[in-house]
Design a protein around this ligand. Structure first.
Ligand code: SF4
Ligand code: SF4
Length: 60
């Protein structure tokens, strides 16, 4: 199963991942992206590819 992981130290809270994820895996809280619905991830890597801070890695 794909597993998106956010490096909180790198995340700037820009919200891009929240907007690009087709299945709403992420939510912003306290200026950081949180993986709140990992079980929904389909492994498309849109988040990893569009994060300007390269803070997301989608593990297989
Ligand atoms: S796209 Fe990257 S920097 Fe922006 S909120 Fe998501 S994890 Fe953080
Ligand atoms: S890989 Fe795709 S489905 Fe999974 S969290 Fe990233 S954008 Fe969402």
């Amino acid at each position: 199963m794909p597993k998106p992981v956010v490096d909180k130290k790198k995340c700037t809270g820009c919200g891009t991942c929240v907007n690009v994820c087709p299945v709403n895996v992420f939510e912003l809280k306290d200026g950081k992206s949180n993986v709140v619905r990992p079980e929904e991830c389909i492994g498309c890597k849109a988040c990893e590819n569009s994060c300007p801070a390269q803070a997301i890695v989608v593990k297989d």
